[in-house]
Design a protein around this ligand. Structure first.
Ligand SMILES: Cc1ncc(COP(=O)(O)O)c(C=O)c1O
Length: 341
């Protein structure tokens, strides 16, 4: 029976879902959403805060500031509340309303930038704002998840070892890429392992993390509007890009079987099942990582009007839908719900 006194002391690290009965291919999904921050980013947040404390960078009067699409912000809000730091999250209009409310409920301040950067994303604008804050007052401490070595080290020490322990004959690992912290921590660990493991990075179409053309991306978490500074492509065997419409179909397919996951899980699973369908997967041991669960996406990925407005009527056959059923007189254009700023 685990008994804890700090919220970050609990993190379920040994839960895997066998997806074979849903997708018909051998794929185990490592679930990272079962902790009080609700996502994989608790690991990076913990590691970065603890190392800043060890290095004397964080002091009682410090104000932690970070750019986050949401999940790291929630994790830092929780840790800051527990340890008595103030925290300011700089995010953008794609951040889910529920994620923003969570951060505020935990006592954090949330700043939302609205102007896109030159790649059409918001990252450049968010970072510029963080830099200006840090220049204005020495109490601000920017952990900088994009460059902080603790971000990948957290996964080298935990996520990768948990997978290795349960899958000693692992052949291929599918990892979604945002900052590339999860990717680089796992890839570095398995490079030194006793047998070769194929590392497949999964990214969303429109992200420029691995090059390519920038494009519209509405699902937070995966994808970057710049090359992730932590990324070292020499550790990556393959990159798979997934369209957001495919991400959404995959999320709904899992939801119809009772597994409500977040958007980036849909992306990673979609990339993984596509890869497995193109290979002889009979004897392959394959694992994918699910960064969070679905509750934070109820007003976006699992909301029919949001989906129709952004992706059109053709995204699903009617029987494939797992989203709010409209019961009133339909006025689709007027009733569209967008992610709240
Ligand atoms: C839901 C979700 N999926 C995936 C990622 C990407 O993880 P990483 O930053 O380790 O590449 C994030 C990062 O914020 C996330 O919030």
């Amino acid at each position: 029976m685990p008994v804890i006194s700090a919220p970050h002391d609990f993190n379920e690290g040994h839960l895997f879902v066998d997806l074979k009965s849903i997708f018909g291919c051998p794929l185990y999904l490592k679930c990272e959403g079962f902790n009080f921050a609700g996502s994989i980013k608790l690991k990076a947040a913990n590691e970065m805060v603890e190392s800043a404390e060890r290095d004397g960078i964080l002091k009682p009067e410090s104000v932690i500031v970070e750019s986050s699409s949401g999940n790291l912000g929630v994790a830092l809000s929780m840790i800051s509340a527990s340890k008595g730091y103030r925290f300011l999250c700089v995010t953008d209009s794609r951040c889910n309303l529920s994620t923003r409310l969570l951060m505020e409920a935990l006592g954090s301040q949330v700043h939302i930038v609205a102007d896109p950067d030159e790649n059409g994303g918001f990252l450049g604008t968010r970072i510029e704002y963080v830099r200006s804050l840090c220049a204005s007052d020495r109490r601000y401490v920017w952990l900088s998840q994009y460059t902080n070595e603790g971000n990948w080290r957290a996964h080298y020490r935990t996520t990768a070892q948990q997978i290795a322990r349960h899958f000693p004959r692992l052949d291929v690992l599918f990892i979604g890429t945002g900052t590339a912290g999860t990717l680089m921590g796992c890839a570095r660990y398995f490079r030194q392992w006793h047998r070769p493991v194929r590392i497949v990075a999964v990214d969303s179409v429109g992200s420029v993390a691995f090059g390519g053309e920038p494009g519209r991306r509405m699902i937070p978490g995966l994808g970057m509007s710049m090359r992730p500074p932590l990324l070292d492509e020499s550790y990556v065997n393959e990159v798979v890009h997934v369209e957001e419409a495919e991400t959404i179909r995959t999320c709904h397919r899992m939801a119809r079987r009772g597994f409500l996951f977040g958007g980036s899980t849909g992306t990673v699973v979609s990339g993984a099942t596509d890869w497995l369908s193109r290979h002889d997967a009979r004897d392959i041991t394959a694992v994918a990582i699910a960064p969070d669960l679905g509750e934070r996406y109820l007003d976006t990925i699992y909301q029919s009007n949001w989906l129709q407005d952004l992706y059109g009527d053709q995204i699903f056959e009617p029987e494939q839908m797992t989203a709010t059923i409209q019961t009133e007189e339909p006025e689709p254009r007027a009733r569209v719900r967008r992610p709240q700023p």
